[in-house]
Design a protein around this ligand. Sequence first.
Ligand SMILES: [Zn+2]
Length: 286
Amino acid sequence: MSIRFGSAGAPESFYGQGHKSSLEMPAWLAARGLNAYEYQCSRGVKIKEQMARELGERARLHDIALSIHAPYYINLSTEDPEKKIKTKGYIMDSLWVARWMGATTVVFHPGGGPGIDRRSTLERAKGLFTEILKEVAAAGLDDILLAPETMGKINQIGSLEEVLELCMLAPQVVPCVDFGHLNAVTQGNLRTKENYAEILDKIATALGKEALTHLHVHFSPIEFTKAGERRHWTLQESHLYGPPFEPLAELLWERKLEPVIICESAGTQAEDALAFQQMYESVKAH
Ligand SMILES: [Zn+2]
């Protein structure tokens, strides 16, 4: 394994060059020197088995690591019985797509506002997630990593601590560390190598050092207000909002960590992923 950089969905330049199908993405990414692709099921799991298998084969041919972003509608803390069933369905459907594709990881937003009592909301989320994890194991899908993502809005379940609590429920549950989101909820507190180190150390303390070796990371410039995340930008505007990638690159190199880093910039996710890769390479060269 080695550190990998890739794109969340297809960037504007891919479509601008006349490409239409995500089946073309693995070759397109490989031609640019990228080696990870997060397939978006964020607006629903629509991809059919045959296409998922074909995409998986092409990704292996081009050495592209695959992950899936599950639907945004997942809400582990819901009290509505119908939404609980839907949440379970979204996770199971995304895992099946991952199975067909040979994707290693399914990322999802734990979902739900914090309610009046944040602790009891999280307990409710853990309860439903435990039920879902039983079904996942019964279906034999528990070899696929399930990654709750750290969220960008303060009024949302999905702080780093809450994500780590969810990760303690089963061995295949791992954090998706979205540094743009963590920067947004801390009002721009991710600036130095020490700031990043604090996050990595928290993860290691909660889940063990091995959890850091092949972390699943989202990295994108994200504008924030007092409430947290406002919107995703591109690297061009990243000096306005942060977080800076260089300190993280230095830390990853120093600690010999090999995460998959997925860029979710608005439209330039492949170009920005390449820029991050170049920053990492120049840290290595010094
Ligand atoms: Zn996400």
